[in-house]
Ligand binder design. Structure first.
Ligand code: KG4
Ligand code: ZN
Length: 330
């Protein structure tokens, strides 16, 4: 079964073709990110206009790359929420029109849960042995620009929210701290890069353990960096690297600690990570180290599937389509 996925929740315009919820035949992503960087954040009006300009070409390229036509597609999956309303509407309207015109069933997908699904995908044709797929039940950690959630995932369509951020999302904290330090937007990759030149230094930023809950809080560490910078007015690359290192260490440590603790508490041996912050090199490394120590199998998507993409939407959509009667909208 070939599912065509469409994702337009923010600044990426993406389309992918995925077979049987697993094999990626094409995964095209266009982005207007560069146009937003001078504003220090996404400008919804610019994002939705670019979506409108790009969507037709991106869908066409995706089918071409997969060497398929619309006739070969069995169903369409589209991101329904969360996201910027103008951007979402472009993808949803396009998907509805395509579904109606080509008489293909359409399914709505939750963007956040789909991020975890990125761990169950591999590229077609498969080179070498097939990838090991996550065993469920699993704990899922979503770390993106808008969310920091912990889920108990019993099946590809059954997710129970166990914890979330009480204030800033992890990616949001990276973006805001990057801005405070003058490192640009998006902040995650900038901090990840410069922190590599930092060392385990004497600057310590707080971690909010949120004892007795599976929730997170990142506004404290963000404010601590702001106050430190207001007081010290750091400008040299070396000093900025030390701050970036300590901030990242604080965020990553708490993410790893709480995710592993939840796995141990629930006696679950699989931990899936998803969302843009899953691209963070220190998070990937620390999770793998702690996973090994605690005999928990860690799944982190390849870099290309950490950021917003439509392969995860098509993959997650496949399971929803299998679960319910396929319907053609009118
Ligand atoms: O999942 P995503 O593409 O968009 C949302 O659904 O929000 O995540 C974007 C977020 C941004 O906040 C960005 O700064 C962060 O992911 N990010 C990173 C890294 N790459 C992207 N955060 C930390 N380290 C990275 N290497
Ligand atoms: Zn996302």
């Amino acid at each position: 079964m070939f599912v065509l996925g469409i994702e337009t929740s923010c600044d990426e315009t993406a389309c992918a073709v995925v077979q049987d919820g697993r094999l990626i035949h094409s995964n095209i992503v266009a982005t207007s990110l560069k146009e937003h960087s001078k504003f220090g954040g996404i400008i919804p009006e610019i994002a939705s206009r670019r979506q409108l300009e790009l969507i037709g070409a991106v869908v066409g390229s995706s089918l071409e790359r997969a060497s398929l036509t619309l006739k070969d597609i069995d169903a369409i999956a589209v991101t329904r929420s969360p996201g910027l309303i103008g951007s979402l509407l472009v993808g949803i309207s396009y998907a509805r029109a395509l579904s109606f015109a080509a008489k293909k069933p359409l399914v709505d997908v939750d963007h956040i849960k789909a991020h975890l699904y990125a761990n169950s995908l591999e590229s077609y044709p498969v080179a070498g042995a097939p990838k090991e797929m996550p065993k469920l039940p699993a704990i899922g950690l979503i770390v993106s620009g808008g969310h920091t959630n912990l889920y108990l995932m019993k099946s590809p369509t059954d997710y129970k929210l166990l914890g979330q951020t009480r204030d800033d999302a992890a990616g949001e904290a990276f973006d805001k701290v990057s801005r405070i330090l003058g490192l640009g937007y998006p902040g995650g990759p900038a901090i990840d890069r410069i922190a590599k030149e930092g060392v385990n230094n004497r600057i310590r930023f707080p971690q909010s353990p949120m004892e007795g809950t599976h929730d997170f809080s990142f506004s404290g560490v963000k404010t601590a960096v702001l106050q430190y910078q207001q007081k010290n007015k750091v400008t040299s690359k070396n000093d900025l690297a030390q701050i970036a290192y300590s901030f990242q260490d604080s965020v990553v440590s708490i993410l790893v600690k709480k995710s592993i603790a939840l796995c141990l508490q629930k006696k679950i041996k699989t931990l899936l990570i998803g969302g843009g912050v899953a691209a963070n090199s220190t998070l990937r490394q620390k999770l793998n180290e702690e996973g090994e120590k605690n005999r928990i199998k860690i799944f982190v998507p390849p870099m290309s599937l950490c950021l917003d993409n439509a392969a995860m939407i098509a993959g997650a959509g496949y399971h929803l389509l299998k679960q319910k009667k396929l319907e053609i909208p009118n």
